[in-house]
Write a protein that binds this ligand. Structure first.
Ligand code: CO
Length: 219
């Protein structure tokens, strides 16, 4: 079997560099993790969660899937959310999409890739729901980027509607849900201003964020 020695070599150099900076770095991490943030992002290799927000190992709990979705019956994303909120007691849940998302583009153009098409079905539903906004967004690339933004807002609402997050808020736990989007072209994050920290508040906040997108002039 072909091995990938360069990755092990990279790993050894990385571990040495981390230890040089702080000799107890890995020992401390091995004892416990206490991240303040849960990141729900896209699997896209160009959006490495820790790196783009400058956080070290131990500081960011991460869940990634194609097109950063949180579906109500996804028993991969939901246990991650539950563990992060109930056990790790993260203070922030960040849903982060990115412009030029291949998953969102595939859903928009209805290009077929296989099994993943079923996973992306929900984004086609979002597309249909906001047809009027997408139609006014300009050419295809701009429409897909607008759908990337709409998808983040929808997923923020989904996070807020889970029993995990609602129960946390009901018992007074400090928890804020954010919707962000990342630009591959310049490496910068943008806040979509869909920050929610109370039961039921997501409906108005997300509707207002969508209204702001509807008011934007075509790109
Ligand atoms: Co993507």
């Amino acid at each position: 079997m072909k091995k990938t020695p360069e990755l092990f070599e990279n790993n050894r150099r990385w571990a040495e560099a981390m230890t040089a900076r702080d000799p107890r770095f890995f020992l401390k991490l091995a004892e416990q993790q206490a991240p303040e943030y849960l990141w729900i992002g896209c699997s896209d290799s160009r959006v490495p969660a820790n790196e783009i927000v400058g956080l070290a190992p131990g500081e960011l709990f991460v869940h990634r899937n194609v097109a950063n979705q949180v579906l109500h019956a996804d028993f991969n994303a939901l246990p991650v959310l539950q563990f992060a909120v109930d056990v790790l007691k993260v203070k922030h849940v960040i849903v982060c999409g990115h412009y030029g998302c291949g998953g969102v583009a595939a859903a928009y153009t209805r290009n077929r890739f296989g099994l993943v098409d079923n996973w992306l079905r929900n984004i086609q539903i979002i597309r249909r729901k906001y047809d009027h906004i997408l139609d006014a967004a300009g050419e295809e690339k701009a429409r897909i980027d607008r759908l990337c933004e709409l998808n983040v807002i929808e997923q923020v609402a989904h996070v807020c509607q889970t029993t995990v997050v609602r129960d946390a808020w009901r018992r007074g736990q400090e928890l804020v849900v954010h919707g962000w989007i990342y630009a591959l072209e310049n490496g910068l994050l943008r806040d979509l201003d869909t920050t929610v920290w109370d039961v039921g508040a997501e409906e108005k906040i997300c509707a207002e964020a969508i209204e702001r997108l509807a008011q934007k002039t075509p790109a």
